[in-house]
Design a protein around this ligand. Structure first.
Ligand SMILES: [Cu+2]
Length: 235
């Protein structure tokens, strides 16, 4: 009686099929992996029409195919109060994200917003408030402090998880999956509508450079109270 050998060689046809499968796997797998993992770096600059860099501008990349938003998760952000100012002054978060407002000053703050996208109030507090604020609707949320009228800040609640905020040099960089996007720019002092900055791009290759020129309104600021020196004082 013939006992099948454990080391029996596969038929030549099976060997060829195996080799072909291996070749295919080698050829196709890395390509599909790369396609999925490929990120396109968007290097954005925002300036005024006369070339001055615009800091604190929010740049949003909204996928044309809304299905690309599936699985995007909210995150946790933070806006400090330092020397009686909001730091950063403009904070962009993905919708549903929470933001904490730690008070790093030795005076108390009373942070609030009356903006339709999020009405909230953190009554007079020192240190870190117990509750972070969840920003559950897209839009701009203007922040104020009941004690220090000059304190102004903004939470930009983005409907896309792909966004960045420009630095002092007016530049921002976002890494986005390769696909088509409608880009847009927002700034608290911009003269025109955010919608007017919309631009459709097809993000391909390793990197793209994009530039916006945005006309700005002068910033209207409440003067810091002389009774409220930068350091010390009760309020
Ligand atoms: Cu304050």
């Amino acid at each position: 009686m013939a006992v099948p050998s454990l080391t029996s060689r596969p038929s030549p046809a099976a060997s060829r099929a195996k080799a072909l499968a291996l070749l295919l796997a080698c050829a196709l797998l890395p390509a599909s992996f790369l396609l999925r993992a490929q990120a396109v770096n968007l290097d954005v600059s925002v300036t005024t029409p006369d070339g001055q860099p615009v800091a604190d501008a929010v740049v949003v990349a909204m996928p044309v195919d809304a299905a690309a938003l599936a699985g995007a998760k909210p995150h946790a952000g933070q806006i400090d109060q330092v020397d009686k100012e909001f730091v950063p002054k403009v904070k962009a978060v993905f919708v549903g994200s929470s933001v904490s407002f730690p008070n790093k000053d030795n005076v108390r703050h009373h942070v609030y917003s009356f903006s339709p996208a999020k009405r909230f109030e953190l009554p007079l507090y020192a240190g870190v408030p117990a509750q972070a604020v969840v920003f559950d609707r897209p839009g701009v949320v203007a922040l104020g402090c009941n004690i220090h009228d000059w304190m102004v800040g903004y939470v930009y609640v983005s409907d896309s998880p792909w966004f960045a905020t420009t630095g002092a040099d007016g530049k921002a960089s976002l890494a986005v999956p390769a696909r088509a996007y409608v880009m847009r720019v927002w700034h608290p002092q911009m003269a025109g509508e955010e919608a007017a900055t919309r631009r459709t791009i097809d993000a391909t290759g390793a990197a793209m450079t994009l530039a916006w020129q945005v006309a700005m309104k002068p910033e209207v600021r409440v003067r810091r109270s002389p009774a409220a020196p930068a350091h010390g004082g009760h309020y």
